[in-house]
Design a protein around this ligand. Structure first.
Ligand code: 26M
Length: 803
């Protein structure tokens, strides 16, 4: 029997119904009478997964047959969320599935809602990787995502009296229907040990080894014409790690200890979105991902070729930030130690294969490992890095204070990634400029063609078609089919921006999304939200630079103004917050608590509750974003200029017809250029002004003294208005604002306030608001991740689309 003979028949409702019942009976082991919602979801997922297999086989076969170049996207994070509805849509099966389920009295939305998010990422960087995988499959870029199959994804957030509480996430507890476990694709990853000399060459004798086992999930592009693989590694102990002797002697825990240590490599995702430094387990996780992936890449290449010097013609490896930056030394090591390359030839091949994407300029987020830790965990790699460092210093000639890959006792992973890549990219125009000027000026001088910009994008399949079916339908009815894969077609909406009946239809879709969100947040969290109010949303990780503090301070000012003058014709607002703080980030946790404390006071004050509401549903993630973003009227993108590398939530909101209030930061700059300055609420200092202001001593105090509104707000907080049981709870925050304020919350407060006044005016004229919103949607085509991926293919990977 050939694979083609096993092709599935057309996905008619009849066949799909059969397939669903077949899986219910033979995969899940249940009959329809006894099947729970969970059982139905598992059966449905398997029926859908079946449909992914043929596109997947066909794509893989074509890539082999045509001997195509592939890209390998190495990332410690893939924040994919749920897969059932996404796969169903991309395979073109949504209507069939809904019809078949309906026949059993089941609702697709209800069943899909039961799937846990695959929360294998912290935030923007991980979600970007997920959008890029989906776009690579959609545009026909042969490639693989390589990551870790964490047993526990990002922690679950709840609130206890307003304070963040973290509990472990457990997405695998009920098993996942999506992955194919490939026990035959397992690699040994070595750690520690020593360097020994053998026939005059250095050899690495690792002290321990862990097995990396592959789990493959097919990633189907829109239309089902191409599919790639997301390969996630899980750590398995070498069989010999289990000490049967000790076990038999009754030392059960001790016998399992080395085994537990090995498994810890894929046990849990680090919940930071900056580094915390000095963590041996994190470095080991990064090497575990990188080594298994690079071994797999070379194995696949050597299955069809024998000359490794031609590797760059067939292989591109993209490093998602520096987390997999040990890929350079690892590739060099394998070429030199295992394949007989000279050092310089190995460096040349590695550099032409590798690309590095930088996602942040924050100094505390730049990975550095101490030489001591490196020597302990990866002695051979340290030796290679030392040699690269020597060469890099030589390249700088007589430069007085040369940039070093190793400075003092620290290995600088950003400099290492730069030195071993042929392209380095930032993630927005502004950010790439800052990468050039502020982060890597010396590297840039030595390699002026290396730094490029690839502005981030988001997939319109998940972030419009799936998340906002009503708006998607209206768009299709207005501009026709095809915008899903050619997002510039949204431009066709411009012609309708003055058409009252179209604007009305848009207004209805927005209102329905608000009602859907309000229903969900009431059902799930018991929070009441009036749907005729302006939905003003800031959802993202909690970070001082993102300035959720500015938002809540302004909210307090609004509260005070309504109290002073209740009849002034206020536009009713719901201020919606969402996001997690890193468990050890105390200031961020204080800000969460302040927002929750303010919501208690504001929402329970009969003088204001009809005009102002503050809601902070816990545990923001991909699935909450899918419900919330379509419901937003106003998108808060208010970071201190120069600090948000790009942002991608900003794109998702504008694509769904929310207007942005934002600074000239990250991709906001380009969003504003695309949608038009008239359709964007701009405020705040520029990157240059930020630098100048920070240099002024006492800037925070001066700004507060200039602003009566801000002074009143800080006084209320300091008096305990929002923490009556503990008046000094926010003493630390208030003190920071008066005396240091690195993120310039005080300096930008009045400008933000003025922009919010403009928001009120615009929202008061609903025709004007809707027109602005529609122009935003119409002009967001550029921000499709299909465009970003095509740019990577052209400017970094040198890969032709297979479609
Ligand atoms: C590092 C070491 C140890 C533990 C965790 C980390 C770590 C994890 C994630 C460090 C940084 C991480 O992510 C940074 C990030 O998400 N950056 C965001 O990337 C987005 C996609 O390019 C941009 O849109 C955001 O502006 C940027 O903040």
């Amino acid at each position: 029997i050939r694979s083609d003979d096993l092709s599935l028949p057309e996905p008619t409702p009849e066949h799909f119904r059969w397939s669903l019942l077949n899986h219910l009976q033979y995969t899940v082991g249940k009959s329809p009478e006894h099947a729970s919602k969970f059982d139905w979801r598992m059966a449905l997922s398997h029926a859908i997964r079946d449909r992914a297999v043929n596109p997947w086989f066909n794509s893989t076969r074509r890539t082999w047959a045509e001997d195509r170049k592939r890209v390998y996207y190495l990332s410690m994070e893939f924040l994919i969320g749920r897969l059932l509805e996404d796969m169903t849509i991309n395979l073109g099966l949504r209507d069939v599935v809904a019809e078949v389920l309906d026949g059993f009295g089941l609702s697709f939305a209800d069943i899909a809602e039961g799937e846990p998010d695959a929360a294998l990422g912290n935030g923007g960087l991980g979600r970007l990787a997920a959008c890029y995988l989906e776009s690579m499959a959609t545009v026909g870029c042969p490639g693989y995502g390589y990551g870790l199959r964490y047993e526990h994804g990002l922690f679950k957030q709840s609130f206890d009296h307003g304070r963040q509480v973290e509990t472990p996430e457990n997405w695998l507890a009920e098993g996942t229907p999506w992955d194919f476990t490939r026990t035959e694709s397992a690699y040994h990853v070595g750690f520690g040990g020593e360097l020994v000399e053998e026939d005059g060459v250095q050899r690495w004798r690792p002290g321990s080894q862990v097995l990396a086992a592959a789990h493959d999930t097919p990633v189907v592009g829109y239309g089902g014409r191409w599919a790639n693989t997301l390969r996630l590694w899980s750590a398995m102990p070498n069989a010999d790690l289990f000490d049967l002797g000790r076990f038999n002697a009754g030392e059960f825990a001790a016998a399992s200890e080395p085994e537990a240590l090995a498994r810890s490599l894929s046990r849990v995702l680090y919940p930071n979105d900056t580094t915390e430094g000095g963590k041996q387990l994190r470095l080991s996780q990064e090497y575990f991902l990188t080594s298994a992936s690079v071994q797999d890449i070379l194995r696949r290449y050597l299955a069809a070729h024998d000359d490794l010097s031609r590797l760059p013609e067939y292989v591109a490896i993209q490093m998602n930030d520096t987390h997999p930056a040990i890929a350079g030394p690892e590739l060099i090591r394998l070429l030199v130690d295992e394949h007989g390359f000279g050092f310089d030839a190995a460096v040349d091949v590695a550099t032409r294969v590798l690309g590095y994407t930088n996602h942040t300029l924050l100094p505390e987020a730049l990975e550095r490992w101490t030489v001591g830790l490196m020597r302990q965990v990866l002695p051979r790699h340290l030796q290679i890095i030392e040699r690269l460092d020597t060469q890099f210093v030589e390249l700088q000639g007589s430069r007085p204070d040369p940039v070093r890959l190793i400075s003092g006792d620290q290995v600088n992973m950003g400099d290492l990634a730069f030195a071993t890549s042929h392209r380095v990219n930032g993630v927005s125009a502004l950010h790439s400029e800052l990468v050039r000027k502020e982060l890597f000026p010396v590297h840039d001088e030595l390699h002026p063609d290396r730094i490029v910009n690839i502005t981030n994008g988001v997939t319109p399949r998940r972030w419009l078609k799936l998340a906002n079916p009503e708006l998607a339908r209206l768009i299709t009815d207005t501009v026709g089919e095809g915008w899903e894969t050619d997002l510039e077609r949204l431009r066709g909406l411009e012609a309708h921006a003055d058409d009252p009946s179209f604007l009305d239809a848009f207004g209805r879709a927005k209102h329905r999304a608000k009602e859907a969100f309000a229903g969900w947040v009431m059902g799930e969290h018991g929070l009441g939200v009036p749907t005729d109010a302006l939905f003003d949303v800031q959802v993202k990780r909690l970070h001082e630079y993102k300035r959720q503090l500015l938002n809540i301070l302004w909210t307090i000012a609004r509260y005070q103004r309504i109290k002073r003058d209740p009849g002034a014709g206020w536009v009713p607002r719901v201020k919606i917050f969402g996001g997690k703080a890193a468990p050890s980030y105390h200031t961020a946790k204080d800000i969460i608590r302040l927002i929750n404390d303010v919501s208690q006071i504001v929402n329970n004050d009969p003088d204001t509750r009809d005009l102002l509401r503050v809601v902070f549903p816990p545990n923001y993630g991909v699935s909450m974003a899918e419900k919330l973003i379509p419901a937003a009227d106003l998108s808060e993108q208010i970071s201190t200029a120069g600090m948000e590398a790009s942002g991608t939530g900003n794109m998702k909101f504008a694509l769904n017809g929310a207007l942005t209030i934002g600074t000239l930061d990250g991709a906001n700059v380009e969003i504003r250029e695309h949608v038009g300055a008239d359709n964007f609420f701009l405020f705040g200092m520029t990157t240059e002004e930020v630098a100048a202001r920070r240099a002024e001593p006492g800037h925070a105090r001066a700004a507060i003294e200039r602003s009566q509104a801000l002074r009143d707000v800080l006084q209320a907080i300091a008096e305990g208005t929002f923490s009556p049981d503990e008046p000094h709870r926010y003493g630390g925050l208030v003190d920071m604002l008066w005396n240091s304020d690195w993120f310039l919350v005080a300096s930008d407060f009045d400008s933000y306030d003025a922009a919010q006044t403009e928001v009120d005016r615009a929202y008061g004229d609903s025709g004007r608001w809707q027109r602005m919103a529609v122009l935003n949607i119409a002009r967001m085509g550029y921000f499709s991740s299909d465009r970003s991926v095509r740019e990577y293919m052209r400017e970094i990977w040198d890969i032709e689309p297979a479609l």
